[in-house]
Design a binder for this molecule. Structure first.
Ligand SMILES: [Zn+2]
Length: 454
């Protein structure tokens, strides 16, 4: 048998079934009893890459928790990751083919057996990075994950993304002004090892605090800014329908449709907390909305329940004191688990900012959220059955911006076969986007002065 050489030629061997790997491991143990680590080499179950402008993630999923050490090299920029307890395998080589040409950070990757039980990955980079390397315990469908997040050395300002969108926009000047005068209490989301962009760095620490912001009506020309937050993404697929429809894909499509509608309004602009398939931690979604000084935050989701008969749309606001029902509590927990499944490097993100957000939730924010949520619910009720006839409340982490009215829309039940089918169609996605826009317009025309509280 050509591939019977087993561990001697792991680079060229085809994917071996588990049984043969175990036999190979057994014979290695007999030959090399003093290196028992070899016999326990971890198995790579899957390799995934999630390239995005904000950061690129590489995930190695394995049957054991493995330690990894990493360092960076300059001229040219490289990231070197040594994974202990691993031998080269076809799965590792699979990683090489999973690097996409349009990856903003990774040019290519090489894998080699650095020491008997250490695999070295060398990432050839397109630019300098602030790497985050961490492990995650099994959760949901996943076993152990080793996660490599490659962030740009200089953090990206969400306001700049807004400006990039605004090229040729008659409102570009106003948005630029907004960027230059953004309040210090809404910092640029960043991770350990990232520098802040020059605009933010140049601000003197003793700059007087910015003037309290008035409602959009009092700021002529400044557009109403809506932060649209498509739930889940990347490692976190969200709920999955019986036909395999993934919540993360549907909600991104709906958010993109809604953004187009909002941007076509003369006095409104939309900002997406994620614009493609990668994971954004819940508190980063909130930080981004605050950074762009959004007047409204709308998180977009699709519901799931054990019984496929459950159906209908629902709209949610934050509750500080318990959920409106046990089903509501269950739902909020499911949505808040996004960070566990999506995978957050605890400690790398600005935990202090996150904590401040949690402590500042206000009754005023919640009252405004209920107002806007009720309008949106009314409009959605015209195009889809409602799950509940009034706005519901639970402790969703993503609704905790203290100063931005925030709602979460469960557009429909992806676990209901009829609604799953509807969610897949562009016509129904467009109907949902139209309804949400109408709800937003109803709210701002009825309560212009409530658009933003201090
Ligand atoms: Zn969701």
């Amino acid at each position: 048998m050509a591939d019977a050489s087993g561990p001697a030629s792991p680079m060229s061997a085809p994917a071996a079934p588990l049984r043969r790997k175990m036999i190979a491991g057994g014979s290695a143990l007999l030959l090399l009893p003093v290196v028992p680590r070899l016999a326990r080499a971890a198995t790579i179950l899957a390799v995934r890459t999630w390239p995005a402008d904000e950061y690129t993630r590489v995930t190695l999923e394995m049957d054991t928790e493995l330690k990894a050490e990493h360092f960076t090299l300059d001229h040219p920029f490289r990231l070197v990751v040594d994974i202990e307890g691993l031998r080269l395998s076809p799965a590792i080589n699979d990683l090489v083919s999973k690097i996409r040409p349009n990856d903003p950070y990774i040019g290519s990757v090489r894998a080699g057996q650095n020491r008997p039980n250490v695999v070295r990955l060398v990432f050839d980079l397109k630019q300098d990075v602030a790497p985050q390397v961490f492990t995650l315990k099994p959760i949901g469908e996943y076993k152990y994950r080793l996660v490599l997040d490659l962030y740009p050395k200089v953090a990206q300002d969400p306001l700049m993304a807004l400006l990039k969108d605004a090229e040729n926009d008659p409102l570009a000047g106003i948005l630029e002004n907004l960027a230059q005068n953004s309040p210090t209490e809404a910092p640029i989301p960043s991770v350990e090892g990232q520098k802040l962009p020059p605009l933010a760095r140049n601000r003197q620490p003793d700059t007087p605090p910015p003037q309290p912001r008035a409602a959009p009506g009092a700021r002529p020309g400044r557009p109403i800014l809506i932060a649209l937050d498509p739930g889940h993404g990347g490692e976190d697929p969200g709920a999955i329908g019986s036909r395999g429809t993934r919540e993360k894909d549907i909600v991104l499509q709906i958010a993109q449709r809604l953004k187009k509608l909002i941007d076509a309004q003369p006095n409104m602009r939309a900002y997406l907390t994620r614009d493609r398939d990668y994971f954004v931690p819940l508190n980063v979604r909130v930080q981004k909305a605050r950074r762009v000084q959004a007047d409204l935050f709308i998180s977009i989701h699709a519901d799931a329940w054990i019984k496929p008969s459950a159906r209908g749309s629902s709209v949610w606001a934050l509750s500080q004191h318990g959920a409106t029902s046990s089903a509501a509590r269950w739902l909020a927990k499911k949505e808040n688990d996004a960070d566990l499944i999506g995978g957050v490097n605890l400690g790398a993100h600005n935990a202090q900012v996150a904590k401040v957000l949690l402590d500042l939730s206000t009754g005023a924010q919640i009252n405004d959220s209920i107002r806007v949520g009720t309008q949106v619910l009314n409009e959605i009720g015209k195009i889809n059955q409602l799950h509940k006839n009034r706005i519901e409340r639970a402790g969703f982490a993503v609704l905790k911006a203290p100063d931005i009215p925030s709602i979460l829309i469960e557009t429909a039940f992806i676990s209901n076969p009829q609604e799953e089918q509807l969610l897949r169609t562009s016509a129904h996605q467009q109907r949902i986007a139209n309804a949400v826009l109408s709800g937003i317009q109803d709210y701002f025309s009825a309560h212009p002065a409530l658009a933003r509280r201090e």
